[in-house]
Write a new protein. Structure first.
Length: 113
């Protein structure tokens, strides 16, 4: 029982760290894309920002999926999904909802006035 609680604590810490790192990189990617001048520039900026985010994530990037939503004139949207590294058996991680996390990040497009 002690070992299970020890693994639970370590799993929670790793999950929180992974979600923090992925969320930060995803926000940076969306911020870069929202600063692009036109919608055509945003498509190429999205690809470059995703490559940069994956490079920063290193080996963990294989567990992360990026799905770009709106790349329109008013806002930029990115949906990120990542699998947390497993320390607990799969049924316990699913039970406490710490096996997968998703984030949706939406920013307004920067416009000069």
């Amino acid at each position: 029982m002690f070992l299970l609680f020890l693994l639970l604590g370590a799993h929670v810490l790793i999950h929180l760290y992974a979600s923090s790192v992925v969320t930060t990189n995803a926000f940076d990617a969306v911020r870069i894309v929202s600063g692009s001048a036109s919608e055509q520039d945003r498509a190429s900026a999205a690809a470059a920002a995703e490559r940069q985010a994956r490079a920063r994530l290193g080996a963990f990037a294989d567990r992360v999926t990026f799905r770009w939503g709106t790349l329109g004139a008013d806002e930029v949207e990115l949906m990120v999904r990542a699998d947390t590294p497993d320390l607990l058996p799969a049924q316990f991680a699913r039970l406490i909802d710490m096996d997968v996390f998703q984030r949706k990040i939406r920013l307004r497009v920067e416009k000069f006035r």
